[in-house]
Write a protein that binds this ligand. Sequence first.
Ligand SMILES: [Zn+2]
Ligand SMILES: [Zn+2]
Length: 645
Amino acid sequence: MATIQITLPDGAKRDVQSGTTPADIARQISPGLAKEALVARVNGELWDLSRPLDHSTSLAILTPKDPEAIQVLRHSAAHLMAAAVIELFPDVKLGIGPPIENGFFYEFLRPESFTQEDLERIENKMHELAAQNVPNERKLVPKPEALKLYRDSKQEFKCELVEEKATEPMVSFYTTGKFIDFCRGPHIPSTGRIRAFKLTNVAGAYWKGHEGNPQMQRIYALCFYTEAELNEYLHKLEEAKRRDHRKLGPELDLFSIQDEAGPGLIFWHPKGGLIRRLVEDWLRDELQRRGYDLVFTPHVMRLDLWKTSGHTGFYRDNMFSPIEIEKADYQIKPMNCPGHILIYKSHLRSYRELPLRFAELGTVYRYERTGVLHGLLRVRGFTQDDAHIFCRPDQIESEVEACVDFAFAVMKTFGFDRYEVELSEWDAAHPENYAGKPEDWNRATAALADTLSRMKVPYKRIEGEAAFYGPKIDIKLIDAIGRPWQLTTVQFDFNLPSRFGLEYVGEDGARHQPLMVHRALLGSVERFFGILIEHYAGAFPAWLAPVQASILPVSGKFSDYAKSVEDKLRVAGIRVHLDDRNEKLQAKIRDAQLQKIPYMLIVGGKEAESGAVSVRHRTKGDLGPQPLEQFLAALRQEVDARRSS
Ligand SMILES: [Zn+2]
Ligand SMILES: [Zn+2]
């Protein structure tokens, strides 16, 4: 038998007999590795551990530590589920069963619907088969034989797949007990490692996604390596449901979307509006401090302007239709950029004026399909915290740095401490797809990268992800339950300055084109509000809470004193609510808790006598009696510091 040479990831080489399997090599390396191994990577391709090696190649043994391995486990779990279904419901027709994010599905055709009870039975059967540690075996079958096999077992969908997808004379099959599947693989060696899964739901799906085709039943499942990971994920789902801004919005009376007005359009109720004002006030103060100029631009402008900017070309699908007035077409703005450009162009600029930073809380309207609208997160009308920076090439690094620093200030202020940064570059092999010269791209990309490195901000470079008009930095915040949210964008633009013929007079007296950067920190105020609601689960920190303290008199007897407490707090600038309903104290506390009001101030005889309040915090519980002045001073401090908890 021939000898082949295997190169391991650390560069070590091993000479082995042709026909040796990755599993054999894993055993030679260490029993621990053999036990952990799930699948191999052979010359870049995923490969069964039991599949013989017949040529010299590179080889890696993958364990749960390797990110690619989990999808192989999930794919094998899909086969395990199909094996269980075949045992319980032998007449089902099989569709496809791929791994997906966090789990897998398999689809079946069956006249009756799968019920919740069926799912439980399937899940139990899967555990039974997993415990038997049934091997997943690969075999090659000539194509005609494969077709006959499926025809005999009346699996017409599988016949269709073999006809379409099998391009070689030999077709690869995997068997798990009685279940046999036309499948490219690879799979984990046997079912014993599939332990942590949960069938979640059944959904209808047309065969191959084409309407008119038979409707399959897809059984969806979650699947992880361990029970602990599965439970953590289930907990996260539960949490996400509890925090859903579409549920909390009406419960806390923050905002609404009214069918009468149209989809994707947001009504900010008094409490939501108050939070919005606080967010905007903070932002405007910061803009002022950081050398931005606040501008305002019209909501409707001539369509011709959008032709100059190019939006009628590459952005048309996202725009509302034009409106005709006095035989001229006008466009509701989908972006603020052209407006800011017109302000820049209103007179000739000198190098001494730069950088110019025009900021606007600019409301824009975009046509989003009804199907993609989602609460506050995807809407048709929204207000961007938009800014455009016009600067000289020698100023670009400090401008980018200032933007990133501003983004970090947003995160700190609103209680986010984790983030991810991405740098989107162009695809240098296809300069024809982009606006701007290669040297512009290289310089701008280097400016972004150097700035991030200098600031010691870890980031990921993504080639080919840039918009056609320039490279960008995206910052994603990670919220309280670990979900990433795309927020800040710092985006170069080589397109608009040349389309609008922007220029400034340089030190040399000649005309130059300024660099232009679009940047939004919150993205849109609506979306940011949605994220904040979910991040805080509706329990806004005291500085943002629409009602900071609720006064709860224990009975009507103390309403005069309660009223005096209310007046004092209100005059001191505290947002306060007096709950003087004729209700039991317990009911008032419960309602204040449900409204997630940070402080409840309980007042009765003892408090009235001593000018005190009994303080109760929504999460810390009873904090005992305090002189009113003391409570007020502490709350003031908490609000001024914008403490997040
Ligand atoms: Zn498969
Ligand atoms: Zn812009």
